[in-house]
Design a protein around this ligand. Structure first.
Ligand code: SF4
Length: 68
């Protein structure tokens, strides 16, 4: 788990967003449909009613390393 992101790193609703400047943000997909969840949660998230553990065989939502 990404300790800096807390629960979002292991949640199926968490998505990594990389800005044009290379900054990394965690987006909460629940935030698009449920106002209880901020689109960009303040990290680390240590407690969350929407947390749903990501299955091990799911994509871990991390950006791929740049290709050379
Ligand atoms: S539901 Fe909670 S734990 Fe999951 S991505 Fe959103 S804010 Fe993070």
């Amino acid at each position: 788990m990404d300790a800096a992101a807390g629960l979002c790193a292991g949640c199926r609703h968490g998505r990594v967003i990389v800005s044009a400047r290379g900054s990394t943000f965690w987006l909460c997909a629940l935030g698009a449909s449920d106002p209880r969840f901020p689109k960009y949660p303040r990290l680390p998230v240590v407690r969350c009613a929407g947390f749903t553990r990501r299955d091990d065989d799911e994509d871990d939502h991390r950006p791929s390393p740049p290709s050379r």
